[in-house]
Design a protein. Structure first.
Length: 62
């Protein structure tokens, strides 16, 4: 089934659906780990990974 979907639609699905869902999942895991054991190297790494998946606000470029 995946083969019959064009590359453009697969790319749209990846960026519009899969990445935001993974970002939410990473956020919940990070919050649960921080609640349990405080801030560790793992939770800081998950926070950075979460930052890559968050939407950026468009602003003026200087």
């Amino acid at each position: 089934m995946w083969l019959f979907i064009t590359a453009r639609i697969r790319q749209w699905i990846l960026f519009a659906v899969a990445i935001p869902l993974l970002t939410v999942l990473i956020r919940y895991v990070r919050m649960a780990l921080e609640k349990r054991s405080g801030q560790t190297a793992l939770t800081r790494g998950l926070a950075k990974l979460e930052g890559f998946g968050q939407r950026r606000k468009r602003g003026r470029r200087r």
